[in-house]
Ligand binder design. Structure first.
Ligand code: CP
Ligand code: NVA
Length: 336
């Protein structure tokens, strides 16, 4: 007979998250701490070979309009490890590409699935999926933000550097989706974030304003300048991301020129703390946003960082796909 998985550390019976996970900013602080605890517990269980099939009988859809290696594979593998199943839905293979509306697709998928990860361009599109679906919608990256990445990164930073409050993270380069979510996450956790971005490539102002309100409550600080050497000073973590995000390919030459002084290389890294860790969400372009020596060097934690996508997203799946939020349509059917 199959044994039931044991209790999950960090999870309480009364989950109080919203239906969807669209931004880090929308997750209450205490729930981020709880996700970190659950992710740590699930990581330990996987390492020790302890069964943790908390999502047996559950199916996750992944609807992607942009390419992905890490997000797709870590969600799919994570669902398998949790005893559930996943279905990859390329936007170009379903009727969406022939004009079927998001509303109709979302309502139909809600009858089959227990959750949906959406990777798309305009953030308003993932919000529309969330409005139309009765099942949880998880943002697998939009042009505005990448919440699963930032939450996983908080786990990596905590593992490498200890309690998050007061730690300084420097982000150098394009103020893009990853930067935006890191700002939200670090503000929630009382961290110091210092960004250096060239003029015209700063993070989203509306999101920064909201994060500053959060920062007042947590003691966090958010600094944005155009000087990478100042930004990395005394940093515990130095982070960068690509200069040409998906969908920005037509701006490539302008971006490479504007961002060239922001390369994370050995010279820049010397300004950080000697034990600073180097992070990059990957995929990376050696010789552009980061030198090969730094990306592959002793301070780089990028592979552990990529691995933690798996553990954090399993925590997200357990939190969002089980319990009261699970399958609105299915609950209705059951209660009849
Ligand atoms: N970091 C990240 O989201 O990678 P993928 O684009 O490969 O999913
Ligand atoms: N900023 C990058 C992140 C890729 C994971 C992009 O949007 O392409």
């Amino acid at each position: 007979m199959k044994t039931r998985p044991g209790r999950l550390i960090g999870q309480s019976s009364s989950a109080a998250f919203g239906k969807d996970l669209l931004t880090v900013g929308a997750i209450p602080r205490s729930h981020i701490a709880r996700l970190l605890r659950i992710a740590g517990d699930l990581k330990g269980k996987r390492q020790r070979g302890v069964p943790h099939d908390y999502l047996a009988g559950t199916t996750l859809g992944l609807l992607f309009e942009k390419p992905s290696t890490r997000t797709r594979v870590s969600f799919e593998a994570g669902m398998n490890q949790l005893g559930g199943q996943s279905l990859f839905l390329s936007a170009s293979d379903i009727q969406l590409c022939r004009g079927e509306s998001i509303a109709d697709t979302a309502r139909v998928l809600s009858r089959y699935l227990d959750g949906l990860v959406v990777r798309t361009y305009d953030h308003a599109v993932v919000e529309e999926w969330a409005r139309q679906a009765s099942i949880p919608v998880i943002n697998g990256l939009t042009d505005l933000c990448h919440p699963c990445q930032a939450l996983s990164d908080l786990l990596t930073i905590r593992e490498k550097k200890g309690p998050l409050k007061g730690l300084k993270i420097a982000y150098v380069g394009d103020g893009n989706n990853v930067a935006n979510s890191l700002i939200e996450g670090t503000a929630k956790m009382g961290m110091v974030i210092s960004l250096a971005c060239p003029s015209g490539y700063e993070p989203d102002q509306r999101l920064v304003d909201l994060a500053r309100v959060e920062a007042e409550a947590t003691g966090a600080s958010i600094t944005i300048s155009d000087d990478p050497h100042v930004a990395v000073k005394e940093a515990h973590v130095v982070y960068t991301d690509v200069w040409v995000s998906m969908g920005r390919e037509r701006e490539q030459s302008r971006r490479l020129k504007a961002l060239a002084p922001y390369q994370l290389n050995e010279r820049l890294l010397k300004n950080a703390r000697p034990d600073a860790i180097v992070m990059h969400c990957l995929p990376a372009h050696r010789g552009q946003e980061i030198s090969a020596g730094v990306l592959d060097g002793p301070q780089s934690v990028v592979l552990d960082q990529a691995e933690n996508r798996l553990h954090m997203q399993k925590a997200i799946l357990v939190e969002w796909l089980s319990g009261p939020r699970r399958g609105g349509e299915r609950r209705q059917v059951k209660s009849r």
